[in-house]
Design a protein around this ligand. Structure first.
Ligand code: PMP
Length: 361
């Protein structure tokens, strides 16, 4: 058996020790004679897994006590619709900072329920930079301001998300959560699908200031009500226990590795190495994002033509690297450098890039 270097944008690489642990425990979890995924979510065993997962997430992200943590079934897109229902009155203004594909999706999901306004957009420039804070037009009556911390497809990331004072800041951290320390108290709400930087697909996390849960929002079924979910520890119905368990193993691994400060160091080193290889290639490889807005997590780049892009993907696969094909919306190549991608993978990729350029440049 050999494991590839996995640069997939999501679902993405998981740490090998986590997969091994899950494999070891699959048939008999802690002497119960059953897999964790065969046990009741209301039993003492799973309740312990769930509680430990929350404790570890709170420790990893330094989440203050006045924030509730929800474990959401389904991905980030669902939350983009639900947060509108939970925190905005019908037709109330919500401001969106549009910095790439996923900001637009967030806006589209909220649009049926709120007055979705573009506060700023970098679309005219092809999402190669972030809209400067000085140009954000914020609404005095907004329910919240939505930003995307890292744009997974366009490869643009806020170094430091600017503060706003008209309304609470809600941030999609799907593709950069736990990759560096973040001051949670700056935000009304942080959410992320787990399948990139946190663990498996099928579960997400939502961190929300408790006072916001008291907002009336809009008519919605109980199952879509975040306050009800918070009151029942995200167990109003049967949660995705397998995903929750894997998320828990992954969080423990991150804490054991040194936590977000350590992953910030690794992310910096991995992305610096890759951007240096791109920029030092004499134009053979091109990343078009403004240097200050370049993502540490997702690095899109282009070769001189689409034929070479395709050849790069095929040859890199043959050399043991997977997940490098760019998103169809932008083409080219994309290397995702999430927490579970080892530094060694980037060193191998950069070596391959040099070799490929020598042969085809
Ligand atoms: N936001 C961002 C930044 C993403 O990268 C993604 C998924 N690629 C989403 C939202 C949507 O997530 P999901 O597929 O979990 O709904």
């Amino acid at each position: 058996m050999s494991r590839a270097f996995n640069f997939s944008a999501g679902p993405a690489a998981l740490p090998e020790p986590v997969l091994r642990r899950a494999q070891e425990e699959l048939l008999d979890w802690h002497g119960t004679g059953a897999s964790i995924v065969e046990l009741s979510h209301r039993g003492a065993e799973f309740m312990q897994v769930a509680a430990q997962t929350e404790t570890d997430l709170r420790a990893l992200l330094s989440i203050p006590d006045d924030y509730a943590v929800l474990f959401t079934a389904g991905g980030a897109t669902t939350q983009q619709a639900l947060m509108a229902l939970n925190f905005a009155a019908p037709g109330q203004a919500v401001d969106f900072v549009v910095s790439g594909h996923w900001s637009k999706v967030a806006m589209k999901q909220a649009a049926p329920y709120v007055d979705a306004r573009i506060a700023a957009s970098s679309e005219a420039g092809g999402f190669r930079d972030l809209p400067p804070r000085a140009q954000w037009t914020l609404s005095p009556d907004a329910a919240y301001v939505h930003v995307t911390a890292n744009e997974t497809i366009h490869g643009v990331e806020f170094v430091d998300i600017p503060a706003v004072d008209n309304a609470p800041l809600f941030a999609d951290f799907s593709s950069s959560i736990a990759s560096e320390p973040v001051d949670v108290s700056k935000f009304g709400l942080i959410y992320a699908g787990a399948q990139k930087n946190l663990g498996p697909v099928g579960i997400g996390v939502l961190i929300v200031r408790r006072d916001l849960l008291e907002r009336a929002g809009q008519p919605r079924a109980n199952i879509f009500n975040y306050a009800s979910q918070a009151a029942s520890d995200s167990m109003l119905n049967t949660p995705p226990t397998w995903n929750w368990y894997l998320l828990g193993l992954n969080l423990r691994w991150m804490l054991d590795e040194g936590g977000v400060a350590e992953f910030a160091r690794r992310s910096e080193r991995k992305s610096r190495t890759l951007y240096a290889a791109i920029d030092g290639s004499g134009g053979f490889y091109r990343n078009e994002v403004a240097p200050a807005a370049r993502s540490r997590m997702n690095v899109p780049f282009f070769l001189p033509d689409a034929e070479l892009d395709a050849r790069f993907v095929a040859e890199s696969r043959a050399a043991g690297m997977i997940g490098l094909k760019g998103h169809k919306a932008v083409g080219g190549i994309r290397a995702s450098l999430y927490n579970a991608v080892p530094t060694e993978a980037v060193d191998v990729l950069v070596g391959f890039m040099r070799d490929f350029q020598n042969r085809h440049g």
